[in-house]
Design a protein around this ligand. Structure first.
Ligand code: CO8
Length: 373
């Protein structure tokens, strides 16, 4: 058995930032136009008018201040409100591969590893831009990596469960160097015209490089143990899929974008995550007080504050449970990895931390790490 370690991480941040003020202005212009266009039907009670969105609500309900997107013009056009991402030729890199490649190269550089040494590439994300060939295989080719590659999807827990998969393979000896890459183009499956959720998501790509700990070139994080759990729920759902054509449903229906019952998710996921972390720590014989840092899924600040309090049994100091959602919004599976990548300062060899994601499925994934080197 070999000890797996995280030896590098990388974050690709899209070049376009949209703050709440710009987002709300675009949404409110859209709502005004919608109400004007449907004035008669609204007066007859046949159509619900759209109420305006508010910056104050967004910040208070979620903690989100801004998000990055791959294409802002379409998103902010009140007559459109979804990104314009033109199709690419089959022999050009796909968009997810391009984003993932950037993050992967950053992770490789941090770990001082050549791409040719990689023998497993997982593209672990909540959506994949085509059915096949796998985006992971495309990234493997663009990088010049060896071994094998495949796509996997456990929604928000894709990256953490991807780390578990890679760590287990390294432990068993079937692979030596693995990349877990999470390009999340959430802007393409968010309904920006829905006031209840238009502020929630942002685009990003992350990558995590895992190796045998004894092959790490520099500082690294030993993966002590991982834990994954899923429990079926329809409270976060997207009905888009390959059967659309065979069902004669060619129109762009609301349920073919992200749908959620936010309140229920809030209520049901919190106890699930708190119990999951407690069970993971108990199994690993780690006392909650021994954790120096919690890198949580980045969906909602209040949710994270609650989990931090429950896990540690006291109010966490901001550096103990850092959030990045104020800058990136919810980036699905990539959120806890951005937090891990960007908020590791002040930790020393021997310090323990927990990366934990949760969301659609429901799914929960946690990775217990120890700083080394
Ligand atoms: N502006 C002003 N008012 C608003 C707005 C708005 N934008 N939106 C809603 N309101 C109003 C509502 O109409 C309601 O009014 P009233 O009380 O008069 O009925 C009031 O504000 C309260 O609305 P809510 O009850 O909906 O507000 P909440 O306090 O519950 O906050 C949240 C909404 C922020 C969505 C919150 O419920 C939440 O964060 N829940 C958990 C969400 C979560 O963790 N989801 C998991 C996300 S899934 C995931 O992470 C990955 C999925 C796969 C990727 C998909 C990519 C697209």
């Amino acid at each position: 058995m070999h000890q797996p370690a995280i030896t590098g991480t990388g974050v690709f941040t899209p070049p376009h930032r949209i703050d709440n003020a710009r987002l709300v202005a675009a949404y409110n212009a859209h709502a005004e136009r919608f109400n004007a266009a449907h004035a008669e039907a609204i007066a007859a009670g046949e159509v619900e008018p759209k109420a305006p969105s508010s910056e104050t609500f967004i910040l208070e309900a979620s903690g989100i201040e801004a998000r990055y997107v791959m294409e802002p013009e379409g998103v902010l056009d009140p007559d459109r409100m979804y990104p314009r991402l033109p199709p690419r030729a089959d022999d050009a890199p796909s968009l997810m591969a391009e984003m993932g490649l950037d993050a992967a190269r950053r992770a490789l550089a941090e770990a001082q590893v050549e791409a040719g040494a990689v023998d497993l590439v997982l593209c672990a994300a909540s959506n994949h831009e085509r059915a096949y060939p796998a985006i992971a295989v495309e990234i493997q080719a663009l990088l010049g990596a060896g071994g094998f590659a495949y796509d996997m999807n456990v929604a928000c827990s894709s990256a953490t469960i991807g780390i578990q998969t890679a760590a287990d393979m390294i432990r068993a000896g079937s692979v030596r160097t693995a990349l877990v890459i999470s390009p999340e183009i959430t802007s393409a499956h968010l309904e920006w015209r829905d006031r209840d959720c238009h502020f929630i998501f942002g685009d990003v790509a992350t990558a995590v490089l895992l190796q045998r700990a004894d092959e790490a070139a520099g500082a690294h994080w030993r993966v002590l143990s991982c834990r994954a759990a899923t429990q079926y729920s329809n409270n976060i759902r997207n009905n888009e899929g390959f059967l659309r054509r065979s069902r004669d449903q060619m129109e762009d229906r609301r349920d073919m974008q992200f749908m959620q019952n936010g309140r229920k998710v809030f209520r049901e996921v919190l106890p699930l995550v708190v119990e999951h972390i407690a069970a993971h720590l108990s199994e690993a014989q780690v006392a909650p007080g021994d954790l120096s840092r919690l890198w949580l899924h980045q969906a909602n600040r209040t949710m994270n504050d609650y989990i931090g309090r429950k896990v540690l049994g006291r109010e966490p100091a901001p550096h103990e449970q850092p959030n990045i959602l104020q800058d990136y919004a919810n980036t699905s599976s990539a959120g806890s990895i951005i937090a891990f990548s960007q908020t590791r300062e002040g930790l020393a060899p021997g310090d323990l931390g927990l990366i934990c994601s949760f969301g659609a499925g429901y799914s929960v994934g946690s990775v217990l790490v120890e700083q080394a080197g």
